[in-house]
Design a protein around this ligand. Structure first.
Ligand code: NAD
Length: 352
């Protein structure tokens, strides 16, 4: 197999997962890096042995030796970078969210369809071990028709600040940052049904709780307690054309006893919990069974999932196979997120 020469754009926190996974894959070469912050790009280039530190995006896109880009930048730049990369003949792996609005998502989709390049959205939870195991059971009909799913990702104190808390650059708070993962994973496992209607609420009641003392939480590099323009809680009921529904809630801050993550699916033949750990629920001979798969990773295995995601992207680029998370899925998820924000703003159900 030929090697894929990759440039990573945006060299902040999540880029490490991309760099390390490319290093581990013998079919990829880490060829270049670019970040607004040259010193940050240089630091990563040194750490991962990357050949070239670019001075501008134009240089990245003009370089014929760049085959593919990993876009790990602020959300407000995903659409423009994706489109420019595709127009310049590069394969693209873009971090979630695909972008910030449906209009942007549709423009990216047009650019993908006009190119003959691989385009993958960073829905990393699809590549986790527990997801893959559950998907194999679902594909064999173990759950029957999935008609209800319920997902929660609640942080009591976890607004990262910086660009995450700046609506202009993020497009929103916990919904677009955390909610996207759990909504996508439910939707993917439910068989990607078309959305029919959405009711939703967002709240800005607690702010970032930057006043809280003696409790650590992840803070973005340019954290500033005084700056926060995003919601702190969102919830929604999403109904699909096939009659199935998904109930979801997510927060950056909440008066909750502890942080919580739950992903649950209920079907006509069985149920499953993906998070906090994989369990299958079944009924046999008039008895209810909780089935505990014996696997190494019952919960989301962060670095394995990223490795699988990057391996799958490289394979799609080099062999032309369909990406596991194609642009159409990014568009559908963007419609759902935008629908929740719209339902909340208009204080009524949004119909598609
Ligand atoms: N898949 C996941 O689980 C996961 C986890 C965290 C973050 N993310 C996504 O990854 C992206 C980056 O998040 P992060 O936590 O690494 O943020 P970060 O703030 O740590 O890093 C972002 C970097 O991008 C650079 N940057 C921003 N726009 C740029 C542009 N147009 N050109 C060049 N450099 C640019 C910044 O200077 C910064 O160094 C976001 O879209 C986020 O949603 C995904």
């Amino acid at each position: 197999m030929e090697q894929l020469r990759v440039c990573v754009i945006g060299t902040g926190s999540i880029s490490d997962m991309h760099f390390q996974s490319y290093v581990n894959n013998e079919n990829a070469v880490l060829y270049g890096v670019y970040d607004y912050s040259k010193s940050r790009a240089e630091e990563k280039a040194k750490k991962y042995g990357v050949e070239k530190v670019f001075d501008s995006l134009e240089e990245v896109f003009a370089d014929p030796d760049v085959d593919a880009v990993s876009i790990c930048t602020w959300n407000n730049t995903h659409a423009e970078l994706s489109i420019a990369a595709l127009k310049n003949g590069k394969h693209v792996l873009v971090e979630k969210p695909l972008c910030m609005t449906v209009e942007e998502a549709l423009r990216v989709e047009v650019a993908v369809n006009q190119s003959n390049k691989t385009f993958q959205v960073g829905f990393v939870r699809r590549f986790a071990t527990n997801t893959k195991v559950l998907k194999s059971f679902i594909d064999q009909g173990k759950l029957g028709e999935i008609y209800y799913a319920k997902a929660s990702c609640l942080r009591r104190l976890g607004n990262p600040g910086g660009w995450f808390a700046d609506h202009e650059r993020s497009g929103g708070g916990p919904l677009i940052d955390l909610g996207i993962h759990i909504i996508d994973i439910c939707w993917y496992l439910m068989g990607r049904p078309k959305v029919k209607s959405i009711s939703g609420n967002t709240y800005r009641q607690l702010g970032n709780r930057g006043n809280v003392e003696n409790l650590r939480f992840y803070k973005a590099a340019d954290y500033d307690q005084a700056k926060n323009t995003v919601e702190d809680l969102a919830n929604a009921l999403i109904t699909f054309e096939n009659g199935a529904s998904l109930l979801v809630d997510v927060s950056f801050t909440l008066h909750a006893k502890k942080d919580e993550i739950q992903v649950k699916l209920y079907g006509t033949k069985g149920g499953a919990e993906l998070e906090p750990e994989l369990v299958l629920i079944s009924e046999e001979y008039d008895t209810i069974l909780n089935i505990h798969p014996q696997i190494d990773h019952l919960t989301f295995d962060f670095s394995n999932a990223f490795q699988n995601e990057i391996d799958s992207f490289i394979e799609s680029c080099l062999l032309g196979t369909e990406p596991v998370a194609p642009v159409e899925d990014g568009v559908e998820i963007m419609k759902i997120l935008a629908g929740i924000y719209e339902a909340s703003e208009k204080k009524c159900e949004v119909r598609f």
